[in-house]
Design a binder for this molecule. Structure first.
Ligand code: PEP
Ligand code: MG
Length: 870
């Protein structure tokens, strides 16, 4: 069994394809080495070794350590120095690196191999005592905090005390003697905290560090991150051991991180930041705010040119945008890492389209590069540019979009407030991986420190969350929970607005609007349409929703819930009147009030949809959602109807159901009160006829809800056809309309062969279908489903993603049986699942004709439909 893979001297045992085994970082280092890019020598311990390690109760698998020692020899040879050698010591970094990048979630130890003896070698070698002691104290800090869990703050406090005593502010103002004293103090701290001497044997150090890297896989931060990003828990991490190079050896040294293209906008230009005379951790941790890469071009033009060439080479090779980490040691460039770069949705679509134009990738690859869910970011609102807002500070625009919320100063508060339904903005000096839960819960993130590649920026972009970083103008008082900008004081709970596109911080709640979409968005939509088989329709109940849907390229309305047309203070009155009516006369009177509203809406929707099919569902109100509740509502109703409050109350009582979702709703209402559905069909057909007379094309599809038995559909269809024919006769026009049904009860799905004989189309109402097949109440499941998911009893909420094993099978049965008796049966889905990429893939697989989802999810569904085909 081979647990260790070498890279160095222009050749590597691994390749980019071996991410599963070597992790992203290890695979990237191997590939760069093979490409002839300068990388310090090193080796990768596989993820398999990590998995074995846990399997064997945290013990290195047999033979692994011996392999490590053998490969360490190769690194020594390649670098011309020896691990533990007091004259010419090799120092290494020990870094985690899983298959999927988890920025800052796991641990790294730098400068490993230092002890009092090798330190002398380092001093001789570099002729720089200050540098050597600085390196030593950094090593003890990292080792102590990561390998033995000593609170990092304790090290920092000691450092601060020395600075205070000396009357200086910056690390750079400390000299060799100061660092020497600090090293001594650090070692004492180590002993006090662990009860042991700081390990001086470099091999002992290495063993402990590798264990710590493996252990970090199950660290709290990593576990949370994986949960948020759906990364499996059993992959394990690789461990990379790489010869150290130093960016902190003077002004011709430095370190930086960057992207081959702009990760925020996608602009095709090398985008990076660097810090002269610094080590990598300074940049990534956001401790010092780095300089723009243009500064490197000024200071070291040759290195800059070399970097640009490397970026070009990497992009050509990987055919993707990459992120890179590099260090310059005394004028020599080393690449420390590369991997496919995280990017915003805007950048993702621009890069994908640009790369097709540059002939780097084909259209299919371009589509697959964009996660459907990512498009959500683009559909987020931005700040209305015409609004008068009070900008109080400006930071770096780390992740675009806008966020409005109340200020909180800790991740924990962010989570707690968000749980109570508050929108919050998390404000921190800098974020650390512990903050991840709070960042996810917040609308936006604001930090006082850190650059475009700091933790907050990288994680914010990954989450598609509005984020402004490095906003130096704000002074945060975490203890008393406020921040100030000059003379303005913003307290916990105050509203602010962030503009992640400009970096502006605005006092109060700014008005938001929908952004203008970039041209590349429409290109991606066009390519998606070309490729996919599934059509995408929208669920829309108003002309306004219909317009949004059409603008996003919906090919029709898949569900217009007519009862939703009454969510309006005026209209609901007439609707309630209808519900509580005792007699047909009373009901007809109420219906006469309702009909004009309906007709007006149908006309508006038909017009917006310009000849595309519109599926209108006849009334399906679970009655409990519509009954009057307050005394005031009841009194109003009593006045309007001229019926006593007592009688109305009695009626409400009689309408109460124990199980309203399985109660007197859907076609059961239409069958017992046919005048209701008749009115609706009239409104639909009159609207259609009036438009047809004006030569406006309309395709109404009338849909009967909650059918369980074919006879229900038969009766309702007869009523619909009879009424429609009457209306068309009266208007003297012929309109092509169709009648179909929802499939949302188990019985309907199973008897689909009978039902299909009466229906021209089926639309799967997977909300109710999940409820009835799974036996889960739509209204109450929220009380225990999260527990099920947390405890891995089920993987996912079946109301969000179709339960393919259960509900999905019933759908397949319905498709097969339906098509058997009706070859021309049109099939769609209009439950909430119609906008969920995984469910869309399933709908494609079982051969539906279309999915229908909320208007703002139409672009996501279109891309997902293309992905399903690819
Ligand atoms: C459904 O049940 O999936 C559906 C679309 O109808 P509603 O959500 O209105 O019950
Ligand atoms: Mg339903």
């Amino acid at each position: 069994k081979k647990y260790v893979y070498y890279f160095g001297d222009g050749k590597a045992e691994g390749t980019a394809q071996m991410k599963d085994l070597l992790g992203g970082k290890g695979a990237g280092l191997a590939e760069m080495t093979n490409l002839g890019i300068p990388v310090p020598s090193g080796f990768t311990i596989t993820t398999e070794a990590c998995r074995e390690y846990f399997k064997q109760g945290k013990r290195f698998p047999n033979g692994m350590w011996e392999e490590v020692l053998t490969h360490l020899k190769r690194v020594e040879k390649s670098m011309g120095c020896k691990f533990g050698d007091p004259k010419n010591p090799l120092l290494v970094s020990v870094r985690s690196g899983a298959k999927f990048s988890m920025p800052g979630m796991m641990d790294t130890v730098l400068n490993l191999g230092l002890n009092d003896d090798t330190l002398k070698g380092l001093i001789d070698k570099t002729n720089n005592e200050r540098f050597a002691y600085d390196t030593y104290r950094r090593f003890i800090t990292m080792f102590g905090s990561i390998v033995t869990d000593i609170d990092r703050k304790k090290f920092e406090d000691l450092l601060d005390k020395v600075k205070e005593k000396k009357g200086v502010k910056l690390d750079t103002e400390l000299d060799a003697k100061d660092f020497k004293a600090i090293v001594k103090k650090y070692k004492e701290l180590y002993k006090k905290e662990t009860g042991k001497e700081f390990p001086s044997d470099p091999y002992e150090q290495l063993k402990m560090a590798i264990k710590a890297v493996f252990d970090s896989w199950y660290g709290d931060r990593a576990v949370t991150y994986r949960k948020l990003h759906g990364i499996p828990d059993d992959l394990g991490t690789a461990c990379n051991i790489v010869a150290m190079v130093y960016g902190n050896m003077g002004e011709n040294s430095g370190t930086g991180v960057g992207f081959t293209r702009n990760p925020s906008t996608g602009e095709k230009r090398f985008f990076a930041e660097f810090l002269p005379n610094a080590q990598g951790e300074d940049v990534v941790a956001g401790i010092r705010t780095p300089l723009k890469i243009e500064e490197l071009k000024k200071r070291m033009p040759k290195i800059y040119a070399q970097l640009e060439k490397i970026c070009e080479k990497l992009e050509k090779h990987y055919r993707d945008m990459l992120d890179i980490e590099f260090t310059i040691q005394e004028g020599k460039l080393y690449m420390l890492q590369t991997r496919v770069g995280k990017r915003t949705a805007a950048a993702a679509i621009k890069i994908a389209v640009d790369m097709v134009n540059e002939k780097l990738i084909d259209k299919k690859t371009a589509l697959l590069r964009i996660e459907p869910e990512q498009l959500n970011q683009l559909l987020h609102p931005t700040i209305d540019s015409t609004a008068n807002v009070k900008v109080i500070a400006k930071g770096l625009p780390a992740s675009p979009g806008a966020a409005v919320g109340r200020v909180v100063f800790s991740a924990q508060d962010a989570e707690e407030w968000a749980e109570k339904g508050e929108r919050v903005i998390l404000v921190r000096n800098e974020t650390s991986p512990e903050d991840i839960g709070g960042m996810a819960a917040a609308q936006g993130i604001l930090t006082a420190r850190g650059g475009m590649t700091s933790h907050a920026a990288v994680v914010g972009r990954g989450m598609g969350k509005c984020c402004v970083v490095g906003c130096g103008a704000i002074n945060i008082n975490e203890e008393e929970k406020y921040f100030t900008v000059s003379d303005i004081k913003v307290k916990e709970g105050d509203y602010i607005t962030l503009n992640g596109t400009t970096g502006e911080v605005i006092l109060g709640e700014a008005p938001l609007v929908m952004p203008k979409l970039p041209q590349e968005f429409y290109t991606i939509m066009k390519w998606s349409e070309e490729i996919s088989r599934l059509q995408v329709r929208a669920n829309a109940d108003t002309p306004k929703d219909a317009r949004v849907a059409r603008d996003f390229g919906a090919t029709g309305i898949g569900l217009c819930r007519t009862e939703h047309m009454f969510f309006d203070a005026e209209r609901i009155k007439a609707f309630r009147e209808m519900i509580v009516s005792d007699t047909v006369e009373q009901r007809r009177k109420a219906l006469d009030k309702i009909k004009p509203y309906q007709k007006e809406d149908f006309i508006g929707i038909f017009k917006e949809m310009k000849g595309l099919p519109v599926t209108i569902r006849l009334l399906d109100p679970p009655l409990h959602e519509f009954l009057p509740k307050t005394e005031e509502e009841i009194e109003g109703l009593s006045n309007d109807m001229g019926v006593s409050v007592r009688r109305i109350k009695a009626k409400i009582k009689s309408l109460e159901e124990f199980n309203p979702m399985l109660g007197h709703r859907g076609c059961r209402l239409g069958i017992t009160y046919p005048e209701v559905y008749e009115m609706q069909v009239r409104a639909i057909m009159e609207a259609a006829c009036e438009l047809a007379k004006k030569k406006i094309k309309v395709i109404p599809e009338i849909m009967i809800p909650l059918v369980a038995h074919v006879n229900e559909l038969k009766i309702m269809k007869d009523l619909t056809v009879r009424t429609a024919e009457e209306v068309m006769k009266a208007y003297n026009v012929k309109i092509k309309y169709s009648v179909g049904t929802m499939i949302e009860l188990a019985r309907a799905a199973i008897t689909a062969d009978q039902i299909a004989q009466e229906a021209e189309f089926f639309s799967f109402g997977t909300n109710d279908l999940t409820q009835s097949v799974y036996g889960l109440s739509r209204d109450d499941a929220g009380k225990f489903l999260p527990f099920y998911i947390d405890h891995k009893i089920i993987d996912e909420d079946p109301f969000i993603s179709i339960d393919t094993e259960g509900v999905g099978q019933i759908m397949e049965i319905a498709v097969k049986r339906g098509r058997k008796t009706n070859k021309n049966l049109k099939l769609g889905i209009c439950g909430e699942h119609g906008g969920d990429p995984a469910s869309i893939e399933f709908c494609h697989k079982i051969g539906l004709n279309y999915v229908s989802c909320s208007p703002y999810r139409v672009p996501i569904a279109k891309l997902a439909a293309a992905h399903a085909k690819l």
